[in-house]
Structures are given as C-alpha cells and as structure tokens.
Write a protein that binds this ligand. Structure first.
Ligand SMILES: *[C@@H]1O[C@H](CO)[C@@H](O)[C@H](O)[C@H]1NC(C)=O
Ligand SMILES: *[C@@H]1O[C@H](CO)[C@@H](O)[C@H](O)[C@H]1NC(C)=O
Length: 198
C-alpha cells in the first residue's frame, strides 16, 4: 500500500501538463520552407517569446515585429499549425489535439485586441484617430503580445501528443479572395518537463 502511494507521488508530476518553454530557433519569413515567399506583403522582422512556462490549457505569448511592404486590406487571416518532432520528421498535431490552431483567424481581430490593450505599436503616432483600423499602411508595426492559446481536449490523444520534446509553430498570414500567403514565420520550441523541485 505504502509502496503504491510512493509510486503515485513519483509518477504524478510526470503526468501533469506543465512545461518549461525554450525557443531554439526562428525562421523569419519561412526561408527554410519548400514553398518560399517571393515578396511577402507582411515581412516578419522579429518573432520572440515572452513565456518561459506553459501549462495546458494555457497561452504562449510572443512579440512580433513586422514590415508591411504593401498596404494591407482588413480581411487578412492567419493560421497556426503545430508540429511535433518525431525522429527526423515533423508530424502535424491534428485539430483533435485541442490546439486552437485549426481554424483560420482574423488578423484584424488580433490587431484590434492588441490595440485595445495598448500592445500594438504603429509607425505614425499622429494617425491616432483611426489607430485601431486594420488596413495597415506601409511601415513597421509591433504586436507586443501575440497570444497562441493551447487548449486541452478531454481526449487521451492530447496527453500523448503534447509531451516534452521539440515543436514548431508555423504561423501563416493569408490574403483572401483568392487565398494567397502574404507572410510566414516558423518558431521552433522545446517543451521540457517543469521541475518542481528547483
Ligand atoms: C520594409 O520594407 C521596405 C520595402 O521592402 C524596405 O525598404 C524597408 O527597408 C523595410 N524596413 C525594415 C525595417 O526592414
Ligand atoms: C487584452 O486584455 C484582456 C484583459 O486583460 C485579456 O483578457 C486579453 O487576452 C488581452 N488580449 C490581448 C490580445 O492581449
């Protein structure tokens, strides 16, 4: 009985979904990808992570600077694909895994949230009347908190998918009508078991 209790205490932290996060690399504008962007309308200048911990469900918080090289319409969308390294290949985590990554999201919504939170930095301060508008002019912008929510589905699949290891978050910006990729960044992260004893 005592043995089982001790065993449980030992194993329990291993099954909890709490990680230390390390960013290993970033591929700005997806230069290492097979399908290269010739001249992105959204050129990613930097993509860094604030978070050094992740609990699931939880949020990863990034800082992103971008250079808009062509005036953007307000119908830009973005999608986030999460992949897990297994051996030497990258496996897509399915939507079933419970990340919010599957549906395309409105870039305008992201800008407006960031703007309301005063975490959207625009080049033209004088242009503050329409400061939350989404049709961005040419120039450099910073989104101080680009949040990626990691959900948890009540399925055993997730606990298998999200284990300590290497992940990549592939963020793509898309122009609609017709769908064209206008910006891209890949962030390489390692999730480590959070050590509660240090
Ligand atoms: C933004 O893009 C324009 C047009 O390509 C370029 O001239 C400018 O140097 C870029 N700015 C930065 C900060 O990279
Ligand atoms: C903005 O702030 C609210 C309230 O603090 C928070 O719930 C929301 O997640 C924030 N959004 C962004 C994009 O930072």
């Amino acid at each position: 009985m005592m043995f089982i209790l001790i065993l449980f205490l030992f194993i329990h932290p291993i099954s909890s979904l709490s990680y230390t996060v390390q960013m290993n690399d970033v591929d700005l504008n997806c230069r290492k990808e097979a399908t290269k962007l010739s001249s992105p309308h959204i050129e990613i200048l930097s993509f860094n992570i604030w978070s050094n911990e992740l609990s699931i469900p939880g949020t990863l918080d990034f800082l992103m600077s971008l250079n808009v090289t062509k005036k953007l319409s307000n119908d830009i969308e973005f999608s986030i694909k999460v992949q897990r390294k297994l051996g030497s290949s990258w496996i897509n985590l399915p939507c079933l895994a419970g990340t919010s990554a599957c549906e395309k999201q409105s870039f305008c919504g992201l800008i407006q949230n960031a703007c309301k939170n005063k975490s959207f930095i625009r080049p033209n301060i004088k242009d503050n009347k329409n400061s939350c508008s989404c049709d961005l002019d040419i120039g450099t912008y910073t989104i101080e908190h680009f949040l990626i929510h990691i959900k948890r589905k009540k399925s055993a699949k997730l606990t298998q998918s999200i284990t300590p290891g290497q992940y990549r978050f592939h963020v793509m910006f898309l122009k609609t009508k017709p769908y064209t990729t206008v910006g891209c960044v890949v962030s390489y992260l390692t999730l480590l078991k959070a050590n509660k004893f240090t």
